[in-house]
Design a protein around this ligand. Structure first.
Ligand SMILES: [Zn+2]
Length: 94
């Protein structure tokens, strides 16, 4: 399963490291993952739930600490300490 939605958004809007407030992609337990891109206070989120493997793309208001509830099983996915990952992440995009 690939994360296409946020990648598309980045290409379409020509987003650079300077123009996005936050961006990270993290591996979660049990093969789950989450990717978060924040633009103008709105978080664009893609995740694979570590509990039920449900995939979803959604947008929600950006708040810290940030968490997303799986719409399939209700598992709470927390995203913490993401800042240090941004530079590495943006490098991988170019
Ligand atoms: Zn789930």
């Amino acid at each position: 399963m690939s994360f296409g939605k946020i990648q598309e958004l980045i290409k379409k809007k020509n987003i650079t490291f300077k123009s996005c407030e936050y961006h990270t992609q993290r591996k979660l337990e049990n093969g789950g993952k989450i990717r978060v891109l924040v633009l103008n206070g709105v978080a664009h989120v893609e995740y694979i739930c570590p509990n039920c493997k449900h995939y979803e793309y959604l947008t929600k208001e950006w708040k810290r600490p940030f968490s997303v509830k799986c719409s399939n099983c209700g598992y709470l996915i927390r995203v913490q300490k993401m800042k240090y990952l941004i530079k590495k992440e943006m490098k991988n995009l170019s």
